[in-house]
Every structure is written in structure tokens, then in C-alpha cells.
Design a protein around this ligand. Structure first.
Ligand SMILES: Cc1ncc(COP(=O)(O)O)c(C=O)c1O
Length: 432
């Protein structure tokens, strides 16, 4: 859609300058809007379900800083707790009681986690968990799924979905073949393919890592029996099962996908929500495995800012807010209205579409589907998604700038926000 109805002069000026200062003008690729066309808007501030750009336009936000903002942006309780924590300093680089508090909350909430280690990002958590899988099993190979993203560490940049897919890069230059040769891939929801890999690589596979609900190839839930099947296969072949819950943790249920689907992995990675908007990641799991991590055991992993008091504080407050009764029912209810509404409008306006939602995570593909894996997702009309995205932006709705990203709602989104979003979608889809 070329007719810009919102003024974005300042955004354009700032982004033009940014392009001379930072690669592509951004510090994370998908923010550059490459796959939807047009220039990104530059944010000025965020509050609740809304964002404001530097030109003063207001949008309803369905990105939520890519997941952390599940209580709404800049929640007053989180901000107040951060103010208090700030007075005591920003980083200790030493033990602090806040680490115990958040660790206990995570251990109480996430069934598989008996011990946890905090790091600074989801990438770091996944990188460390892979080292731990290898250290514990004494095996090198790992199975991941096409379209699943586990951060940008070398060994995971194979069929890695989201940013990589959005930019059309099959892999990344700079990643040595020797590193990725131990990374085996299978289509999501394909147990037979996983079994075949185990058979071909007997006693060599350390474990299987996956997004239990994929969010980095668009929203793709597991088929009935898939997660159970992986649990059985990993047991059968003496390998570990790792849920990357950086996105799903505390989002699709307080206890994550493992609570939602009743499957207990051996190890879990977390990020996003548990930092309440500050940089955080975590990995945890069975005590016998976690005891291998230094200094309790020989597997080295460390971090200057890990467990810093600000991130711990924002995480603790966010989880406290999420523990309130009715939270996940509310999230499920509004997100269900949104996802169903979008599908219905797509059908009424004559667009091939499919999609769905679990709790506060949703997706819409411009293809008839069904979408069970990344190959199916790639059949989406991405050019149409680009026009849809631009149109929604011009109607004051901020969606993730890629067909291959899930959307997020928050406790701050109201029924009226959803109504307004659906009205905008009707207008935009009618003119696509
Ligand atoms: C499932 C999953 N794992 C890992 C990561 C990497 O996390 P981070 O961006 O904090 O490094 C992401 C980021 O989107 C993710 O969605």
C-alpha cells in the first residue's frame, strides 16, 4: 500500500541516519522491515498495549518487544520495583538474594526445572544448553527442527526460521561447516524423520531441541502426539529432550508449554518474559544434569552481568503479576477473539488464510494451509502479508514485520483494542 496516511517524517530521518551508523540501521535484523517493505517506524515510548513513534502516532502493539511485555509495556509495578532496585546499584557481579527469589519462582513454575542458571539472552541460554547436552551425554550431534530458532549461535544457524528466513539466507556466512555438521534437522511434527535420524546416528545424538510451539516460522502448534513421541524416542535412544521455551515460557501457560501439554523435558531454556523487559535468559532442568555446570561441575559457562539485580527485579515483578488468578484465562480469551476474528475476516474478504492461537500467542498465514511445518508455512503469500502489514500500520496497528513471526498479546490489551484491530483488519483486507 503506497498511500501513507500517517506522517512518518521523523522516523524516516532517524532511520536514514541509523543506516550510516549501524548495519542496516538496526541492532537486530527483522526490525528493518525488509520482508514487509517500507521503512520501520522509530519508537519514542511504550505503555500498556500501546506504542508511540517519534512522529507522535499511536499504535496498538502486538509485538510486545518480541515477547517480554506480557503484562503490558512499562507496567507501573515493574517500573516502581526497578526504581527501588536502581538505588542499590545496577550490577553486583556477585551473589544477590534477588537471584534466589527468581530462581525459586522459576523452579516452582516450570516442572522440568530443578536447578537454573541465569544468563543475559535467549541465545546465550540455548548456546549453553547445547554445551550441557553434549557434556552430559558425551555425544556431539543434536537434532533441531526446520524453522525453529534457538538464537544466533553458530551451531543453530541451520534452517533457523524467523530472521534468517525473512532475509532469505539459507544459513549465514561465517558459520564453519565443521560446527553445523553435528546439527541434524527434521521437519517439525515429523516423528518418522526424527526416528530415522536416531537410527542413522545410533549412540551419537546428545538430544533433541525444539520450540514446543513454533513461533519463529509463524505460529505452528505441535500435532497431537508429537511431543509425546519425542519424549519416547529420546528415552529410547538415550538422548535428552530440550524445550526451548524462550518464547512459550510463562506465555502459553505460567508453566510454559510443558505445563500446557503435560510433557516433561530434561532441560528447558527461558528468556523474554522472565526478564520483564530487561536482558535475561535462563537454562535449567534435572539436578543431575545441571550439577555439571561450573563451578558445581566441569562444564564452563559464565557471565559478567548474569543475574544482575535489575533484570532479576523486573523478572520477579512480572512473574508476580502473572501469578494473579485469571491471568491466563484473560489472555486466552482476548487472543482467541483476535485470532478467530482475523481468520473470519480473511475468509469473508476472500483471502486464503489459516492460523490459530494458544493463550497469548497467535498467528495468521496467508495460505489455505494446514500448516504443520516450515515447508507448509513457506506457501504463504508473503507479498500479501507485506501489504497487510503496511495497511495495518497505517490504521494504527503494529504487527510483527514478518509472515514468519508469531504475534503476542498482553494483559494490557482490552476488548476494545481487539475490536479496533479487527475493524482495521476488515478495512485493510477488503482492499488488499
Ligand atoms: C524460541 C527462541 N529461542 C531463542 C531465542 C533467542 O533469544 P534472544 O533474542 O534473547 O537471544 C528466541 C528469540 O526470539 C526465540 O524465540
Amino acid at each position: 500500500m503506497v498511500n501513507t496516511t500517517i506522517r512518518t517524517t521523523k522516523s524516516q530521518e532517524i532511520f536514514n541516519s541509523a543506516q550510516k551508523l549501524m548495519p542496516g540501521g538496526v541492532n537486530s535484523p527483522v526490525r528493518a522491515f525488509k520482508s514487509v517493505g517500507g521503512q520501520p517506524i522509530v519508537f519514542d515510548r511504550v505503555k500498556g498495549a500501546y506504542i508511540w513513534d517519534v512522529d507522535g502516532n499511536q499504535y496498538i502493539d502486538y509485538v510486545g518487544s518480541w515477547g517480554p511485555a506480557i503484562c503490558g509495556h512499562a507496567h507501573p509495578d515493574v517500573i516502581a520495583a526497578l526504581h527501588e532496585a536502581l538505588e542499590k546499584g545496577t550490577s553486583f557481579g556477585a551473589p544477590c538474594v534477588l537471584e534466589n527469589v527468581l530462581a525459586e519462582m522459576v523452579i516452582d513454575a516450570v516442572k522440568s526445572i530443578e536447578m537454573v542458571r541465569f544468563v543475559n539472552s535467549g541465545t546465550e541460554a540455548c548456546m549453553a544448553v547445547l554445551r550441557l547436552m553434549r557434556a552430559f551425554t558425551g555425544r556431539e550431534k543434536v537434532i533441531k527442527f526446520e524453522g525453529c530458532y534457538h538464537g544466533h549461535a553458530d551451531m543453530f544457524l541451520v534452517k533457523a526460521g524467523s530472521g534468517v528466513a525473512t532475509l532469505g539466507l539459507p544459513d549465514s556466512p561465517g558459520v564453519p561447516k565443521s560446527v553445523t555438521s553435528s546439527t541434524l534437522t527434521a521437519p517439525f511434527n515429523d516423528l518418522e524423520a526424527v526416528k530415522a535420524l536416531f537410527e542413522e546416528n545410533r549412540d551419537e545424538i546428545a538430544g533433541v531441541i525444539l520450540e514446543p510451539v513454533v513461533g519463529n516460522a509463524g505460529f505452528i502448534p505441535p500435532d497431537a502426539g508429537f511431543l509425546e513421541g519425542l519424549r519416547e524416542l529420546t528415552h529410547e535412544y538415550g538422548a535428552l529432550l530440550v524445550f526451548d521455551e524462550v518464547m512459550t515460557g510463562f506465555r502459553i501457560a505460567y508453566g510454559g508449554a510443558q505445563e500446557k501439554f503435560g510433557i516433561t523435558p530434561d532441560l528447558t531454556t527461558l528468556g523474554k518474559v522472565i526478564g520483564g523487559g530487561l536482558p535475561v535468559g535462563a537454562y535449567g532442568g534435572r539436578q543431575d544434569i545441571m550439577s555439571m555446570v561450573a563451578p558445581a561441575g566441569p562444564m564452563y559457562q559464565a557471565g559478567t552481568l548474569s543475574g544482575n539485580p535489575l533484570a532479576m527485579t523486573a523478572g520477579i515483578k512480572t512473574l508476580e503479576l502473572l501469578r494473579a488468578p485469571g491471568t491466563y484465562e484473560y489472555l486466552d480469551n482476548i487472543t482467541n477473539k483476535l485470532a478467530n476474528g482475523l481468520l473470519q475476516i480473511a475468509q469473508e474478504t476472500g483471502h486464503a488464510a489459516c492460523g490459530g492461537q494458544i493463550s497469548a500467542m497467535f498467528g495468521l498465514f496467508f495460505t489455505n494451509g494446514p500448516v504443520h511445518n516450515y515447508e507448509n508455512a513457506k506457501k504463504s503469500d508473503t507479498a500479501k502479508f507485506g501489504r497487510f502489514h503496511r495497511g495495518m500500520l497505517e490504521h494504527g496497528i503494529y504487527l510483527a514485520p514478518s509472515q514468519f513471526e508469531a504475534g503476542f498479546t498482553s494483559l494490557a490489551h482490552t476488548e476494545e483494542d481487539i475490536e479496533q484491530t479487527l475493524q482495521a483488519a476488515r478495512d485493510v483486507m477488503s482492499s488488499l
